[in-house]
Design a protein around this ligand. Sequence first.
Ligand code: PGA
Length: 250
Amino acid sequence: MRNYLIAGNWKMNKTPSEAAALAKEIVPMVKDADYRVMVAPSFVCIPAVIDAVKGSNIIVAAQNMANTEAGAFTGETSVLMLKDLGVEMVILGHSERRHIYGETNEIINEKVKLALANGITPVLCIGELLEEREAGKAEAVCYEQLEKGLAGVSEADLDNVVIAYEPVWAIGTGKTATPDDADAIHAACRKKIAELYSDAAAEKIVIQYGGSMNPGNVKNLMAMENIDGGLIGGASLKADSFGELANFNK
Ligand code: PGA
């Protein structure tokens, strides 16, 4: 079975002290989870959260990073800084980064390669806009984001990559893709990975679903063959609800 990953993307919510308190509340709730559990606080909250989850099974991730290692890039955060803090994963190419901050597939690809080179697992986010879905282009958009986002990544390195399919129209809107619709795109992405790499790589890669996942819909989504976890925004901001999500199979 694939190594499922249930992840909370806290986005620009919680101050460092609030983030530490939430992390401490989550620790006992997810300690017996059967699958990997990750939280992604904002940069300034990372040290407090790492401290709060020390000795637990929680993986701490960043929500973004720069596409270069160091230098005159005012306001940016380097992979070396994240590594030094003990960050293990990084969300890259989230739709809010693509659509609000204009990140291109090329920039995201640089970040993916930089994360891998520094031993940090990238969670590469892909997903179509509503108008792209309505125009029948959902698969094509995801294929392009996958192909360009993974350009130059070897099959060995792909073992350390997680994909998150997040249809943009489902993020923070309360509209979830139906399990069948989500699974169809996940299956298509797996086919694309098989084309780019191999059948074995396609079978192994973890593809999370994201977009209004919550305790009420997680079971049906996770029951689908090609869905291997969730990247959860709104429903990850309360310990109870995130605890339920992390224990969805119990
Ligand atoms: P949401 O966000 O669960 O609030 O829809 C998911 C995400 O953007 O990662």
